[in-house]
Design a protein around this ligand. Structure first.
Ligand code: SAM
Length: 245
């Protein structure tokens, strides 16, 4: 029987930082792969930006990233961490244990995401081009591991209160926002990203009915304003304004 933990504190150095289409954490899908149009790069920092450190990684299509939820409160400091959290998937009311959740509010603020590797650029340091990441720009990354589908894919696994991907809402653009997108060189990919992000209905769980309120999500260099509208066919999201952030 171990009387005391052998380690009281661990110090880790980030190996790199994320630059992504998400300047802000509001609106980011709650797991990777839900918005495949989301672009991100992992820029390795010295001394980890040695191309030798990623030799062979180009033969893997997907990677696990371990990272720090750096925008979540650091509960190891003065505040006691909370053993129960309220997952948005349960409507924000029911509580489950923090270790039964993927909550961003957890003792060591560690996150884990499976992302697609698109390209490795070693022209200046090392930049991994990724898609579908659920990470805000500036997220410090602690480790990279290649994904092994034969060991890690478990389609038959039980997934508790989140047994399947969240349902999606239809997204429509007003004439003015469609025109704004048409004027941009990245209009097609930005439009795709907006649809994939807003289809998840990023509004807080307790506000998932129709309402007059207008919300804003920051994507790339714009603020995308949207509204939830009730129709005979059900709820839909309307993009009402796209303005420079
Ligand atoms: N796939 C990861 C996991 O399971 O550990 C993240 C899941 S977490 C529920 C996803 C949410 O984390 C996103 O919707 C976003 O709002 C938030 N997020 C992303 N990067 C963050 C960061 N660096 N700090 C705090 N929150 C972040």
């Amino acid at each position: 029987m171990i009387d005391t933990l052998p380690i009281s504190a661990i110090s880790l150095s980030p190996i790199g930082v994320i630059e992504s289409d998400y300047p802000d954490k509001f609106g980011i899908p709650r797991q990777p792969g839900l918005a495949p149009a989301a672009r991100a790069s992992l820029i390795l920092a010295p001394p980890f930006d040695d191309p030798l450190a990623v030799r062979g990684l180009e033969d893997f299509s997907h990677l696990w990233l371990t990272f720090l939820f750096h925008l979540s409160p650091d509960r190891s400091a003065s505040r006691r961490w909370a053993p129960l959290v309220r997952p948005p998937r349960l409507g924000g009311n029911a509580r489950v244990g923090v270790f039964a959740s993927r909550s961003t509010h957890r003792p060591n603020r560690l996150g884990l995401s499976l992302v697609e590797l698109v390209e490795i650029d070693t022209r200046r340091g090392v930049r991994l081009v990724l898609c579908g990441a659920d990470l805000v720009s500036g997220t410090p990354v602690l480790d990279i591991k290649p994904y092994l589908p034969w060991a890690e894919a478990r389609p038959e696994a039980r997934a508790g209160f989140a047994p399947e991907a969240p349902s999606l809402l239809p997204v429509a653009f007003s004439a003015a926002t469609a025109a704004t997108l048409a004027e941009r060189p990245d209009g097609d990919s930005l439009g795709e990203l907006i649809i994939q992000v807003l289809a998840q209905d990023p509004r807080p769980a307790y506000r998932q009915g129709a309402e007059a309120r207008i919300y804003g999500v920051r994507l790339r260099d714009v603020d995308v304003r949207f509204q939830a509208i009730a129709t005979n066919e059900g709820m839909r999201i309307e993009v009402v304004e796209i303005v420079a952030a």
